[in-house]
Design a protein. Sequence first.
Length: 165
Amino acid sequence: MKKIDVKSLQDNVFSLIGDRWMLITAGTAERCNTMTASWGGLGVLWGAPAATIYLRPQRYTKEFVDREEYFTLAFFGEEQRKALTLCGSKSGREVDKVKECGFTVAKAECGAPYFEEAELVLVCRKRYAQEMDPQAIPQDAKDRFYPEKDYHTMYIGEVVEALRK
């Protein structure tokens, strides 16, 4: 992986996140957890490049993101779709997803874990977290996405490093 300037990214973020999906990973290179996500955003906040992610309370990865200062977002080619599907359907509490997918854990300068098989990695320093307020969510979204009332926590991370294969 080669370090790049985050401002040099030419990827369509709607396709990158919504269609291709990403892995959100936190922990250490020795003990981390990852999950597939297709909700999130990239932009600028507080004068810096930023990423926004959303985690439901029951997700095991949330424990790692809550505990750690950094998390990573990894984007892969279509050849990894099966692995991304596994990482979105199995819990790290029950399955070693890294081993099951055959991923190789590497660590960013800050120590945050990511996977060498990724095409693009964004290393984020957690800057803000807030539970979604159900009263502020439109009823149609609550009906469609929250039948279990398991509202997401929103996290904003400053993108401190970008790596490309």
